[in-house]
Design a protein around this ligand. Structure first.
Ligand code: SF4
Length: 488
């Protein structure tokens, strides 16, 4: 039975009987255990000074939403660091143009910070247009361009007049909020205000849909698209994985938005519903039962007998040999435990997928989760699961040491924490190279999880020698030579 979330229990288990791990007092309420009475960790608050949050900024949040648009250029108006730290941040694949992979920055330096950077930005847009003739140029505001007060909206307008190329301001100054989710919304707003609804779809059908919040990381979209096309659905565009700007401009003609990443893109789906009356359906193509129920719900929406028959055939064909193919992985993975520390959506949508492999999720958390994300997590995980918000690397290490999962699912920043603790690691963020969506994707997922959990490599890892620093003089630290020789 679904547990109710009451106003009282809303945010926080304010006074945990005993801290789950030793951390800052003010961080204790960000970590809780799912108990009978539903409580949520404190969340969506600014990082606490000294704890070194691993979050990215609002600009980063906007960039990950827009970057997968393949025929667009993404020009970061700021110092070079903002662009280089987020270059190719998504790991999204393209079946066509590779233009989105270009790293572009207006490279603001001291001169522009004193005298303004609008002229340099204008020149950069014109040069980029001449060089690449892109489908669009997204111009991102950063902290620095925001502080010096550059009017990127007006520069974009001027440049667009000259080039006739869509030049879209993204007002994503990094300092706007502690939560990059705000950046997702700003990215969505850039599409809603400047792209969606600006082109006409030539041959509309009753089965036109958009796949929203699917970014084609490692090619995930290519595991979903064929399933929907088999049902007879016509995909106008994905927003934004492997997409082209002109296709997104026609997205308002869709009869349905299917929303894969609800964390980043529910906002866009809701706004499209208000503006164009496009209904939306939340889906999840990670895991067998989630993929089946997503297909079933889409078919129910269209209420079409032919589509229903096709869906039955599709599900039967795709799952026919799956149990057999999964058997060896399930045999090895049964009873193994998982810690999920991934993006909001994955921290609940993967729970069932792991259960289908016979594994148990014992910890789930996010860096930028909001109240509704934690409600979803709490609805999905079992009693006793640790739920953590915005853990820094030290806290994550302590949690992993205490609960000893067999696997950590996370992103590049957390990888070495797990490996140093001899815990299997599987990347489910932007740097992964295997597609995990759909039925075939699930098989790949099982293989990768098994490779990480069942590896023998930890038996070959020896502890490193302890080097004691015994002596130091004015020149700095010196090893005691005899001790050093003894130990090495
Ligand atoms: S936008 Fe601001 S917070 Fe984000 S990378 Fe640039 S300087 Fe840093």
């Amino acid at each position: 039975m679904k547990e109710e979330i009451t106003e009282k229990s809303n945010m926080v288990e304010q006074k945990p009987i005993e801290p789950i791990i030793d951390t800052f007092k003010s961080r204790e309420s960000h970590i809780c255990v799912k108990t009978g009475s539903l409580s949520l960790p404190q969340c969506d608050t600014p990082g606490i000074p000294g704890t070194v949050t691993q979050r990215t900024c609002v600009f980063g949040g906007a960039r990950i939403v827009l970057m997968p648009i393949t025929d667009a250029l993404h020009l970061v108006h700021g110092p070079i660091g903002c662009a280089s730290c987020t270059w190719d941040i998504r790991g999204s694949k393209s079946s066509g143009s590779k233009l989105y992979k270009q790293g572009c920055s207006s490279d603001l330096t001291e001169k522009e910070i004193v005298f303004g950077g609008e002229q340099k930005l204008y020149n950069s847009i014109i040069d980029l247009h001449r060089l690449h003739n892109p489908g669009a140029i997204f111009v991102y505001a950063t902290c620095v361009s925001g502080v010096i007060g550059d009017d990127i909206k007006s520069v974009c307008k001027q440049a667009e007049k000259l080039t006739n190329c869509r030049t879209i301001p993204v007002e994503s100054e990094g300092f706007q909020n502690h939560n990059k989710t705000k950046g997702h919304w700003i990215g969505c707003d850039a599409l809603l205000d400047h792209v969606i609804g600006t082109s006409t779809y030539e041959n509309p059908t009753a089965r036109d849909i958009n796949i929203v919040g699917e970014f084609n990381v490692a090619g995930d979209l290519w595991g979903i698209r064929p399933l929907l096309e088999y049902l007879g659905l016509n995909i106008i565009t994905a927003i934004t994985g492997d997409s082209k700007i002109e296709d997104i401009a026609k997205a308002h003609h869709a009869k349905l938005n299917v929303v894969q990443c609800q964390k980043s893109s529910n906002y866009l789906a809701k706004k499209m519903e208000r503006k164009y009356g496009t209904p939306s359906l939340k889906v999840n193509f990670f895991g067998i039962s989630s993929t089946i129920s997503s297909i079933t719900e889409i078919v129910e929406f269209f209420d079409d007998d032919e589509m229903k028959t096709k869906a039955d055939v599709l599900i039967e064909n795709m799952t026919k040999n799956l149990d057999e193919e999964l058997k060896e992985y399930r045999d090895r993975l049964k009873g193994k435990t998982v810690a999920l520390y991934a993006g909001g959506n994955k921290s609940w949508s993967l729970v069932r997928a792991f259960e289908e492999l016979g594994m148990e999720v014992i910890l789930s958390g996010t860096k930028n989760g909001m109240k509704e994300d934690y409600e979803r997590i709490m609805e999905t995980v079992k009693k006793g699961t640790i739920v953590v918000d915005d853990a820094n690397s030290n806290e994550l290490m302590k949690l992993l040491k205490k609960y000893k999962p067999n696997l950590l699912i996370s992103g590049a920043k957390e990888k070495y924490i797990a490996l140093k603790l001899k815990i299997g690691f599987c990347d489910f963020n932007h740097d992964r190279i295997s597609a995990f969506a759909g039925f075939k994707g699930f098989l790949e997922f099982a293989k990768e999880v098994d490779a990480a959990v069942s590896t023998n490599v930890w038996n070959a890892v020896k502890p490193s020698p302890k080097l004691f620093r015994k002596k130091f003089d004015q020149k700095g630290f010196l090893f005691e030579k005899s001790e050093y020789n003894k130990q090495t």
